[in-house]
Design a binder for this molecule. Structure first.
Ligand code: ARG
Ligand code: MN
Ligand code: MN
Ligand code: MN
Length: 307
């Protein structure tokens, strides 16, 4: 069994510099040998791509949306890389970078595994339509295109051509939400998208929440799983170095439990780990804590167990 690593040094889906350094930090921390120690072969050529070669000459705002062409093109490129890894029979591990790349990763998984479901672990729903986003930051919008509820803007035309069923709203489930915009709440309601917020984590406990999430998107436990993990799902006390921290998040253990339980299904074919921003830590301890937590979430999703 082989993991294909796709490091995406990309930050144009949001305004804070530094998130493009996430992949290097995770790799320098020793992620590859750690995964090998768990028994995986790792397919990684050592290159971290910044996609400068596809940066558009000009990239005017579209309405409020910022850097639409660059974000769209990079998502397309990421889509191709995920497809290539999955077609080789590898598990695709994408390291971000901001979460706008989640459009490329999820559509890539669905292209190869049309029956797949998506488990989006995040403080945010990232499903703002391009005309609804308040911030204009496209890392808050990837799922609106994946599900097909957003206007296709310049840079995103590829989405219309991808040979795949769209991500069905019934195949998407969230865990960890606590900062959802009004327009997003409308989309979740209108399309009946299942979401387990921190309220549900408190009410039922993380064990029941993961079970209920799987019962919803994967009732027979036979569909491939795409796990898209935004590290800001965890509480800022555990993951301080991230661009849009929201208090009241998952504990260290709750965050890991999700990965451990999904690993146990044997169905995870792709994982994203995004929004690690090394520049947003003022103290070295904060940086180390964030990187170490990110690496250990990934290890948990690939079989590291406590016993
Ligand atoms: N909903 C907010 C927005 O649209 C925050 C999005 C944060 N997304 C993220 N991937 N961290 O700007
Ligand atoms: Mn988030
Ligand atoms: Mn908000
Ligand atoms: Mn996110």
């Amino acid at each position: 069994n082989t993991i294909g690593i796709i490091p995406v040094a990309f930050n144009a889906g949001q305004p804070k510099k530094g998130v493009e350094k996430g992949p290097k930090q995770l790799l320098d921390g020793g992620l590859v040998p750690q995964l090998e120690k768990l028994g995986w072969k790792v397919d990684f050529d050592g290159k971290i791509h910044d996609f400068e070669e596809i940066r558009p000459q000009s990239d005017p705002d579209d309405g409020v949306a910022k850097n639409p062409r660059f974000v769209g093109r990079v998502a397309e490129e990421v889509n191709k890389r995920v497809v290539a890894e999955l077609k080789k029979g590898n598990v695709a591990l994408t390291l971000g970078g901001d979460h706008s790349i989640g459009l490329g990763t999820t559509t890539g998984t669905l292209e190869v595994f049309p029956e797949a479901c998506v488990i989006w672990v995040d403080a945010h729903a990232d499903i703002n339509g391009v005309d609804d986003t308040e911030s204009g930051n496209l890392h808050g919008c990837p799922l609106s295109w994946a599900v097909g509820v957003s206007r296709i803007v310049e840079g995103f035309q590829w989405i219309a051509n991808v040979q795949q069923p769209r991500l069905k709203p019934s195949r998407l489930v969230y865990i960890g939400l606590r900062d959802v915009d009004d327009a997003e709440k409308r989309i979740l309601k209108e399309h009946n998208i299942k979401a387990f917020s921190m309220y549900h984590v408190d009410k039922y406990g993380i064990g029941r929440v993961v079970e209920m999430a799987l019962d919803h998107v994967n009732p027979d436990r036979n569909r491939p799983i795409h796990l898209s993990y935004d590290v800001d799902a965890l509480d800022p006390s555990v993951v301080p170095a991230t661009g849009t921290p929201v208090r009241g998040g998952l504990t260290f253990r709750e965050g890991h439990y999700i990965c451990e339980a999904l690993y146990e299904t044997g169905l995870v074919v792709a994982m994203d780990c995004v929004e690690v921003n090394p520049d947003l830590s003022t103290k070295k301890e904060d940086l180390d804590l964030t990187i170490r937590t990110g690496m250990s979430l990934i290890r948990a999703a690939f079989g590291e167990s406590l016993l």
